[in-house]
Design a protein around this ligand. Structure first.
Ligand code: N01
Length: 553
């Protein structure tokens, strides 16, 4: 479609919109979008529900919260000055330091002036006639923009199961994903924690060290590998900084977008002794690269079971009481749930003030004023911690009433599960983009490079449209269908799709079971996105629209 002079806004022209682009969310996605798009001359406004930047790292302040990606890799690469000047202190950065980093980025690039904090978006509707998005906020403000980008995060809508009597508890209740900013002192308290996922396993050792007694309610035990966290070796930091570009380039060539040694050999081709040695080496290094010990761990049941049994052996070695060790031993596919990276988790069950309660097959009956009831037994607590996870990937998007062409809601479109083209756009929702949305590799990759790739793709796309005086872009239904079919085919080969996990929405009652992240790997995904762009945004319908900002000089 050729550019049309009259639709392109010139400097000084009145505009019916408040911004060229509204970004929802000021986590790592929103911050970089603002920096990038503002640098390109777009008028950008960011709306953020929290009172400050940081997204997931703003909300998740529970004891022990830290990233399970090594700090030298869990950072932006768009600015070499930034990555050279920032000093991570530990192998795995703790939450306060990651939040400090997000704040540093906001200040360094002067981002705050274009972010409205304490602003929760309630609705977003595409106005077909005007060709723009109208967003309403909880406080009653209404804002308009030609394009809208949802940078709302994959794990940002906390899930608190609707236990009977939940509001009756007279002690203190906390959710790991909404931790009080002032922290919590559990000294001398009887604490119950529900859940044993990544958040719980980080919090449990620290709460146990403080509380009078900690009772852990476990529905499914989890696999974990040790973090071996430590102060960051200055020599390593220096070496990485000397060749940051090289490390980032290597990372982009791996399946999860992480620079780590991936063994191309198959576990079942190795002798049992060699397998054991390889697992031990990975164990000694620690972290999620354990799953890179062999190429077939997520494709062959036998290989997976070998890795699982290796980890169960470590549990038996660590936990004094064989019955507790057995309860802590997962029987599902290792890596199907997010592999946890821990510090002293299993050891914590050797403490006299920690009790493990298995609630598999006997759901919590009710929360009572004193505590909770399960298996016919009553437990009394001063505090209950819900480490019960998130309505992942779709929760934050569906919490906003998003309406596309003809007023059709996203909730209706996604009734049977999320559908998108590349996890970036949806047919029927023109001019709307999602950062690390369902259908993109997101949670299977190092999130920071994935976020940067999405931001840069969206920025290039908007630049392309503006250059041509085009104000409207929408993925075609055919392109979306083909991507959904491809993503689902790739998932079916992978053992990860065979367990009940939040990746398929199994943690939320009634949520449609669809494998949400794209599991074809970061390099294949990036190649596809690049091809789509190189082919003039193949699979999209581009048209004039209205109120297109003038092309950059
Ligand atoms: O949440 P989860 P999370 N009754 O969903 C249990 C990222 N993350 O906050 O497994 C009883 O993993 C549930 O039991 P089950 C990371 O991607 C990263 O821990 O469903 N129990 C499970 O044990 C991670 O995967 C980092 O049987 C109930 C737990 O609650 C994701 O966030 C740190 C229940 C929830 O575990 C989510 O992790 C933290 C019920 N009704 C988080 N409902 C790092 O980077 C749920 N559960 C290190």
């Amino acid at each position: 479609m050729p550019a049309t002079e009259n639709k392109t806004r010139k400097e000084g022209d009145a505009s019916s919109i408040d911004f060229d682009v509204i970004v929802v969310g000021a986590g790592f996605g929103g911050l970089y979008l603002l920096h990038k798009l503002r640098g390109m001359g777009f008028r950008v406004g960011v709306l953020e529900a929290g009172s400050d930047v940081g997204g997931t790292w703003y909300w998740n302040r529970y004891p022990g919260a830290r990233c399970d990606v090594e700090s030298m890799q869990y950072s932006y690469q768009f600015s070499d000055d930034l990555q050279q000047e920032w000093e991570w202190s530990e192998k795995y950065a703790p939450q306060p330091e990651i939040l400090e980093y997000a704040n540093h980025v906001a200040d360094r690039f002067d981002l705050r002036r274009d972010i409205q904090f304490d602003t929760r978006v309630t609705t977003a509707a595409f106005d077909e006639t005007a060709g723009h998005w109208t967003l309403d906020t909880e406080a009653g403000a209404r804002l308009r923009a030609t394009w809208c980008v949802m940078a709302t995060g994959c794990l940002s809508t906390a899930n608190t199961p609707r236990f009977k009597g939940i509001d009756s508890f007279q002690g203190d209740s906390y959710h790991t994903g909404h931790w009080p900013h002032e922290g919590v002192d559990f000294t001398g308290k009887r604490v119950g924690i529900i859940g044993t996922g990544s958040s719980a396993i980080q919090a449990i050792p620290l709460i146990a060290a403080e509380a009078e007694h900690l009772t852990v309610f476990q529905r499914t035990p989890n696999f974990m590998v040790p973090a071996h966290n430590a102060p960051l070796d200055p020599e390593l930091r220096k070496a990485v900084k000397a060749d940051y570009a090289g490390m980032r380039a290597r990372a982009k060539r791996t399946f999860p977008g992480l620079d780590f040694a991936f063994n191309e050999g198959a576990a079942m081709d190795a002798t049992p002794e060699k397998r054991q040695r390889t697992f031990e080496t990975r164990w000694a290094y620690g972290g999620v690269s354990f799953m890179g010990a062999f190429s077939d761990l997520l494709y062959s049941r036998e290989a997976n079971e070998a890795a699982a049994e290796f980890v169960r052996g470590k549990i038996r070695e660590t936990v004094d009481d064989p019955k507790v060790a057995e309860l802590l031993s997962p029987r599902n596919i290792i890596g199907s749930k997010r592999l946890c990276v821990d510090t002293d988790y299993w050891k914590t069950y050797n403490r006299p003030n920690v009790t493990l309660v298995d609630i598999k097959g006997q759901p919590i009956e009710e929360i009572t004023p004193e505590g909770l009831k399960v298996g016919g037994e009553a437990y009394a607590f001063d505090a209950i911690v819900y480490a019960t996870g998130f309505d992942a990937m779709t929760g934050a998007l569906l919490a906003i009433d998003i309406r596309g062409v003809a007023g059709r809601s996203l909730r209706e479109k996604w009734r049977d599960g999320p559908r998108s083209y590349l996890g970036l756009t949806m047919a029927g929702f023109p001019n709307l983009f999602t950062v690390t949305g369902p259908g993109s590799p997101s949670v299977f990759t190092n999130m920071l490079p994935s976020i940067e790739q999405h931001v840069e793709w969206i920025a290039d796309c908007l630049g392309y449209l503006r250059e041509r005086g085009l104000g409207r872009i929408e993925s075609s239904s055919e392109a979306e269908d083909a991507w959904v079919a491809h993503a689902s085919e790739v998932a079916s080969d992978n053992l990860r799709s065979q367990d009940d996990t939040w990746y398929i929405g199994a943690n939320i009652p009634g949520k449609p079971r669809v494998f949400m992240p794209y599991i074809g790997g970061f390099p294949a995904y990036v190649q596809k996105c690049d091809e789509v762009a190189a082919n003039g945004y193949e699979g999209f319908v581009l048209s004039e629209g209205t109120d297109v900002p003038a092309a950059a000089e």
